[in-house]
Write a protein of this length. Structure first.
Length: 198
């Protein structure tokens, strides 16, 4: 084997087996063996400045809102309200067969709705529960748009005031309307509103 080939073999073996030395300007450390040793140790040590990746990070994820504040499905919203408000009793999906208003699915009307009972209201001597009337709790209606939902609340409030028909709470979130019995106390209605709007 030639001297040149032997030298190349030795150099190749050294490059494969020797630890990598940090590259840089050798004039800064004088190229001393001590500096080379420090560089080799630094390259093999674990990085000390890395931040921990534990789940106890200072950045916390935003709390997930319940279906009552996020869903556009009236029945899912009513079911979620029942989980949050202990006085909610029966939850009934409104269909074209049980809608006492005969509005569901008709042109210009709500296309989905659900009724829920509030057990604090005395409906035992009334027919309102059988009619799924808001006087026994509340109703959630889905309209085509936010403008339609707002117009629905305004129309109900105008009629109640004009004809002296009592009171009803009305809240809007997107295309949904939450209607509540006026017999509920304002603080009770506020709890529903908070759960509904998030």
């Amino acid at each position: 084997m030639s001297r040149l080939a032997a030298t190349a073999t030795v150099l190749s073996a050294l490059l494969v087996s020797a630890p990598l030395v940090a590259c840089g300007n050798s004039s800064q450390d004088g190229g001393s063996p001590e500096a080379a040793s420090r560089s080799a140790e630094a390259s093999s040590a674990p990085p000390a400045a890395e931040a921990p990746t534990s789940t106890t990070s200072t950045t916390l994820a935003a709390p997930t809102k319940p279906a009552s504040a996020t869903s556009n499905d009236p029945h899912a919203v009513a079911a979620s309200l029942k989980e949050q408000v202990s006085s909610v009793g029966a939850v009934v999906k409104i269909t074209e067969d049980n809608d006492a208003n005969n509005l569901i699915g008709r042109p210009g009307q709500y296309d989905a709705a659900s009724f829920f009972q509030d057990k604090r209201l005395d409906c035992s001597s009334k027919d309102h529960f059988n009619d799924l009337d808001t006087q026994c709790g509340g109703k959630i209606e889905h309209w085509e748009s936010n403008a339609d939902a707002k117009a629905r609340v305004k129309d109900i409030q105008t009629k109640l005031k004009s004809y002296g028909l009592g009171a009803e709470y009305g809240f809007v979130r997107g295309a949904l309307v939450l209607r509540l019995a006026g017999d509920l106390k304002p603080s009770q209605a506020k709890k529903y509103e908070t759960a509904f709007t998030g």
